[in-house]
Design a binder for this molecule. Structure first.
Ligand SMILES: O=C(O)Cc1cc(O)ccc1O
Ligand SMILES: [Fe+2]
Length: 438
């Protein structure tokens, strides 16, 4: 859908009216006795009323025909995949797991949870889902009452209709749909990607510290939809699906929920093109930690420790002198879930397919495969482009993840031999080695 308009900025105070209804936002107040055009006023609160100002940025006033719904009933079909219970019941072991992506043709029912930890009831935790579909959502929308979705399309673009307006999100872009926001997705063929869900925190831009005012993901590159409504009666029934405490509920209404004529506030969905990321990296020697590539972070209450970070490995220059340039060998107190949007990943050129994923669990050793190690230990170190035409990413989390039954068994695409990419690493130990004489 060409020609969609957006507002620009991260977490700004925005105001938007559908141009068909000028002056739909009441002047100077949120709750006039009667709203313009006879609309209903509703506040969507994404932070506690009493949060201190820096975090109390999370609210939106929306003006709509009508918002309230009928009774939710439990919905079955795909419900079990979202249950946190299913995460607790499943496999806990520290192996490294490489998931191959399920064929989309075998899977057109949407979302599958692969791993996660914590829970939505205590508002602290994460879930990682994969989606694969080839059918648009017709007369149905989704509302996640549990947390925020950071959606990473890998194949196929998504036309996301929200209460705030429409966004087109293509592979190499991401979007965030925050807790409680209703949305529906149109697809245009085989479509798949990844979703990071966080409970109890919203995504923020990372602090820049000594980097200064510019760098990483710049706030102006985040795009927010403009108000758009439809006045549509759906006599056959419009289904609102609500994920609440890990379970799916649905209710029927006879109108489209995308009836918000105007809104203002700073609690909105948004999208970001990863191509806009301003990469900061080593220009002298050694390998900077990948936190330098953080696009968005969902902070925990412990300073510097994220519930989850969204980190990318964008095309860039590699210039470090006398340095083994690829990722170092690593044991981490965090979990590392990696995915690949396109191209190859520098630490594993073969085997890691776009659409695939790997989970390197807490303190499980990982790093470059044997080819990458040998090649880069002897390479002539001239400035060169790294990761050209590729985009790998990582969901890095302080939670220790359990893998669902679906992730391990049902998807049936786990590479049981993944660990073998490190098996041929041989010792280069030379006891006769001498330091170069100065
Ligand atoms: O490849 C990985 O697993 C991610 C990663 C990247 C990097 O640059 C340094 C450490 C690390 O774990
Ligand atoms: Fe790592």
């Amino acid at each position: 859908m060409a020609g969609l308009k957006y507002l620009s900025g991260f977490g700004n105070e925005f105001a938007s009216e559908d141009p068909r209804c000028p002056s739909a936002l009441p002047e100077g107040q949120n709750n006039p006795q009667v709203c313009p055009y006879g609309l209903y006023a509703e506040q969507l609160s994404g932070s506690a009323f009493t949060c201190p100002r820096p975090t109390n940025k999370r609210r939106c006033q929306i003006f709509q025909f009508v918002g309230h719904q009928l009774k939710y009933t439990s919905q079955h079909s795909t419900a079990q995949h979202y249950e946190i219970k299913s995460i607790r019941n499943t496999s806990i072991h520290p192996n490294i797991i490489l998931f191959y992506y399920p064929e989309s043709s075998t899977l057109n029912i949407g979302l599958h949870t692969v791993c996660g930890a914590g829970d939505s009831k205590s508002r602290n935790g994460i879930c990682i889902h994969l989606y694969a579909c080839n059918t648009s959502m017709t007369d149905r929308c989704f509302q996640n009452s549990d947390g925020d979705f950071l959606i990473v399309p890998q194949q196929g673009k998504l036309l996301v209709t929200t209460e705030f307006g429409k966004m087109m999100v293509e592979p190499n872009e991401i979007c965030v749909i925050q807790q409680g926001m209703r949305f529906s997705v149109d697809v245009f063929g085989e479509t798949r990607g990844y979703i990071l869900e966080v409970y109890g925190a919203h995504f923020e831009l990372p602090d820049l510290g000594p980097i200064g005012a510019n760098g990483l993901a710049n706030p102006r590159d985040f795009l927010v939809p403009v108000a758009w409504y439809e006045d549509r009666t759906v006599s056959a029934g419009y289904t609102v699906i609500n994920k609440y405490q890990g379970k799916m509920f649905s209710c029927q209404q006879d109108f489209s929920p995308f009836n918000v004529v105007a809104w203002h506030g700073n609690y909105t969905p948004y999208k970001y093109n990863l191509e806009n990321f301003m990469v900061i990296n080593c220009v002298a020697y050694d390998h900077a930690d990948p936190s330098i590539f953080t696009v968005l972070t969902a902070k925990s209450t412990r300073p510097g420790v994220a519930i989850a970070d969204f980190v990318i490995f964008p095309p860039r220059w590699g210039v470090a002198d006398h340095t083994f340039r690829p990722p170092y060998y690593h044991r981490n107190c965090m979990s590392e879930f990696m995915g690949l949007i396109k191209g190859h990943y520098e630490a594993k050129e073969e085997g890691f397919q776009p659409g695939g994923a790997s989970l390197h669990s807490i303190m499980t050793p990982h790093g470059p495969d044997v080819d990458c190690f040998e090649k880069n230990s002897t390479a002539t170190l001239k400035p060169e482009r790294v990761a050209e035409g590729t985009m790998a990413f990582m969901f890095e989390s302080s939670f220790s993840m359990a893998v669902t039954k679906w992730g391990l068994d049902t998807c049936n695409r786990v590479d049981k031999e993944y660990y073998k990419c490190w098996e041929p690493l041989r010792s280069h130990f030379n006891p006769k080695w001498k330091p170069a004489s100065k």
